[in-house]
Design a protein around this ligand. Structure first.
Ligand SMILES: Cc1cc2nc3c(=O)[nH]c(=O)nc-3n(C[C@H](O)[C@H](O)[C@H](O)COP(=O)(O)OP(=O)(O)OC[C@H]3O[C@@H](n4cnc5c(N)ncnc54)[C@H](O)[C@@H]3O)c2cc1C
Length: 416
């Protein structure tokens, strides 16, 4: 195929995508629905899609205060993997990864899921012990993973500085070959289009400002476009879950933090996998457009401003330049922040509440993008059946009463 036709194809695909976005008209909300999903990010749209597809519910609305996928779904660094430590988390993320593997076909929309592998670098003996433990736990759960030596890392990523004289020497890494990256807005638009085809009403510019109850039963929401009635309401509003919970008189064990990322100018392909390091608080991949996609850990303070602070960016870029000296003169193009809600055990909450018909899906912290299809799939089951699926039973709110926390700080950390 000549270059010309490749560009023409790309242009056609882009203009189709853009035209479709412009033509999207949010319907006026109906007076009532069988279920309402609050939040038009990837997780909310996936929940609506699977409610319609797997559970036959069609009278559903997704209400979004801004535009589809304008929250964290559009702001993340798109790392998809399933190599968490504990069984409950691994099974949930692995379900998501398996759905990712067939998602473009299922949605008939190219999610650009690219299984280029994810490498987690270790810089100390303790890092390496943790990495070996995690890889062994993954393999016992049937999840792919290997431990790499510095020589194997160098062979895979020749531009990485693996010198033993580094401040944080590279002592090895874990590698999950089936992991990778995807296109963030495609997941929102893919689920939106597929849900729309099944009859779901997707209503933008519709902010939830109140939750209506009759006794212990939820009966509707107050929005900037009026009251909408429903006896099943699923809140999937990452970063703002506590605000909406507050409207229903519920206090969630979550903190909302800024999390930022940045991308460079585009370059020829040079980094063919995702490289992450918990210890130095940085990670990088190269997008299909050629820009480096770089991220860090959360900003330590709480807040709702969708921007980050400078020390984090500086610290992250220092770390990236130490690992990849070749990137020292690369210019950064854009920087932005999202707001993530973090639970005390770095694991999500996908749960019923003591208010009948009110469900929450939140607390994904720095790492919910990878879970998008799996999260929507189990949330749809929880709402439709009014009980958790086996895959999210361990992620109910009552774990904060029983103390059965699933501590994934080691696997979540900066490493999304
Ligand atoms: C910089 C950054 C990097 C990240 N990198 C990764 C990564 O590499 N891999 C990974 O797995 N995860 C990553 N994450 C986390 C990931 O982005 C999130 O966990 C995930 O996108 C959450 O999806 P969501 O659909 O729940 O949230 P969102 O996309 O944020 O959707 C929630 C929606 O709810 C809406 N909403 C809020 N309040 C209201 C209201 N009152 N009424 C109506 N609507 C409301 C918001 O406008 C928003 O659109 C990253 C996040 C950030 C910020």
């Amino acid at each position: 195929m000549s270059n010309f036709s490749i560009f023409a194809l790309a242009r056609n695909a882009m203009s189709y995508h853009e035209n479709w976005q412009k033509q999207w008209r949010s319907p006026a909300p109906k007076a009532s629905y069988d279920a309402i999903i609050v939040g038009g990010g990837g997780h909310g749209l996936a929940t609506a899609y699977y409610l319609a597809k797997e559970h036959g519910m069609r009278n559903i609305a997704v209400v979004e205060r801004g535009w589809l996928g304008g929250g964290n779904t559009a702001r993340n660094t798109t790392i998809v993997r399933s190599n968490y430590l504990w069984d409950d988390a691994t099974h949930l993320y692995e379900k998501a990864l398996q759905l990712w593997e067939g998602l473009s076909q299922d949605l008939n929309y190219n999610t650009m899921f690219s299984q280029r592998g994810v490498m987690n670098v270790g810089h100390s003996l303790q890092d390496m012990r943790d990495i070996e433990r995690r890889v062994n736990a993954n393999r016992l759960n049937g999840v792919d993973g290997v431990v790499l030596t510095p020589a194997q890392i160098k062979a895979m990523v020749p531009i990485m500085n693996t010198s033993s004289s580094l401040r944080y020497p590279v002592m090895g890494a874990s590698f999950q070959p089936r992991a990778g990256v995807a296109r963030h807005d495609a997941i929102a638009w893919g689920f939106a289009r597929a849900a729309d085809r099944l009859g779901v009403d997707i209503i933008q510019n519709c902010e939830v400002i109140g939750v209506q109850r009759e006794g212990d039963q939820v009966v509707g929401i107050e929005t900037t476009r009026g009251v909408i009635k429903s006896k099943k309401i699923g809140v999937v509003a990452a970063g703002h879950s506590s605000v909406i919970a507050n409207m229903a008189g519920i206090r969630l064990p979550l903190e909302s933090h800024p999390l930022q990322a940045l991308v460079s100018e585009p370059m020829k392909p040079i980094l063919h996998t995702v490289v992450m390091s918990n210890a130095i608080h940085a990670y990088a991949s190269q997008s299909d457009k050629g820009d480096l996609v770089i991220g860090a850990g959360i900003d330590a303070y709480v807040g709702y401003g969708q921007r980050g602070s400078f020390p984090i960016i500086e610290h992250t870029l220092q770390a990236i330049c130490e690992l990849f000296p070749i990137f020292r003169r690369v210019r950064m193009n854009r920087q932005w922040g999202g707001i993530v809600d973090v639970a005390p055990d770095a694991c999500p909450i996908i749960s019923k509440t003591h208010i009948k018909g009110l469900y929450f899906n939140c607390g994904w912290g720095t790492g919910g993008f990878k879970a998008t299809p799996g999260s929507g799939w189990v949330m749809a089951h929880t709402i439709a059946q009014d009980r958790p699926h086996a895959l999210n039973a361990a992620f109910e709110l009552n774990r904060f009463n029983t103390g059965h926390l699933i501590d994934e700080h080691g696997a979540a950390g900066v490493a999304h």
